[in-house]
Design a protein around this ligand. Sequence first.
Ligand code: BGP
Length: 463
Amino acid sequence: MQLTFPKNFWWGAATSGPQSEGRFHKPHANMFDYWYDTQPQDFYEFVGPDTASDFYHSFRADIQLMKAAGLNSLRTSIQWSRLIADFETATPDPDGVRFYNALIDELLANQITPIINLNHFDLPIELYQRYHGWENKHVTDLFAAYAEQCFKLFGDRVTNWFTFNEPLVMVDGQYLSQYQYPKLVDGHKAVQVAYNLSLASAKAIAKYRQLDQHNQGKIGIILNLAPIYPATQEPADLAAAHMADLWVNQLFLGPAIKGQFAPELVAMLRQDGVLWESTPDELALIQAQTIDQLGVNYYQPLRVQRPDVSPDSLMAWRPSKYYRGYQLPGRVMNLDKGWEIYPRGLYDIAITIRDQYDNIPWYVSENGIGVHQEERFLDAEGLINDAYRIKFMAQHLAYLHQGIAAGTNCHGYHVWTPIDCWSWANAYRNRYGLIRNEIHTQTKTLKRSAYWFHDLSQNNGFS
Ligand code: BGP
């Protein structure tokens, strides 16, 4: 059966500045560069973000490859630390302006819609050292000033903007679970940072609306949403699933789409003694500046069960004291990444957005499969025969199609990622690209999945 998608569907791919461009030698490194520089020599086999996929130098040739893979949109991010020379005044750096101008023009000249995100975890390290980053509300003003500069510089050509990618990962990785710099465990700070990120997003959106007087563009936020499934239908597991949903999904969906934090979440944080500091003016701003469209990154579901210890017996506050992970027997796994593959989760997200979030316009901003040592799958013609990636995309798209048929307002699909790139979590081990990158020579070759994606885009669907 042929599955056809809505007209003008974005068939795209997603990457980020810090993971693709390669490093630039300036005093203002971002948190990725700084973290990498401070690791022991054998960290990630010492293959760092220095070159990444060298997008800064090779973007013109890379865009030709993306075109060959059928992309009609590219989601990437501007690096705050590359574009801005002085963070206090948001004075742009001429080389940063030149690079992003050239990139946007090249995309448009090749009929690829640029979708620009303003933060992909890459806070300039200077702002952490000087202000403790997102813990400090002053940084939300600096972010809004940087965002305003982006809108002024590029808003004549870019009409799809996003403020943040996966803010929850910054909260969790940096302040609760210790997988991103500065690797703290501090519930108070985590909660304040979560609030400050929503505030920063609202401030940036307000700037956009002041400039975009003719309402030509759209602005939103990109969230990693997880469909949440309880281990059983027993009340304690259902309650655990509800608490997980409040933290994992509603924390950022609430302010972004409804203009307010879920009252139940606020009550829970207050009762636990970790509620953020807010002012009535800030809350009014958040209420006024809801998003136009949502980006959804979906990789895996979250299955939970009741906690195994009393939540109040724990010393350090963590939202996960209310729930614990659960592994469904017989689940399908991507063993390389350790993530469950559950394509139906995308349908469940689509229906949740339709029914609980005003059926807001949205698109899949990331979905993909990371695989180690893909050279194992080289075929006789010298191409990576990544049938697993084609299957992964087709299964997810089939469920997305069902969601669209059921009325969800989805207008695009972006695979992570166009070209194998650097990852803050696993360097180059997990390859996600439609296009292979030999990182030591920067030789880039379409994989079989790129040809499949080309046909998908040409036919606006697949059978
Ligand atoms: C998302 C991030 C991306 C990308 C992707 C793949 O959470 O937005 O930046 O890295 O995950 O994950 P990983 O690189 O950890 O395999």
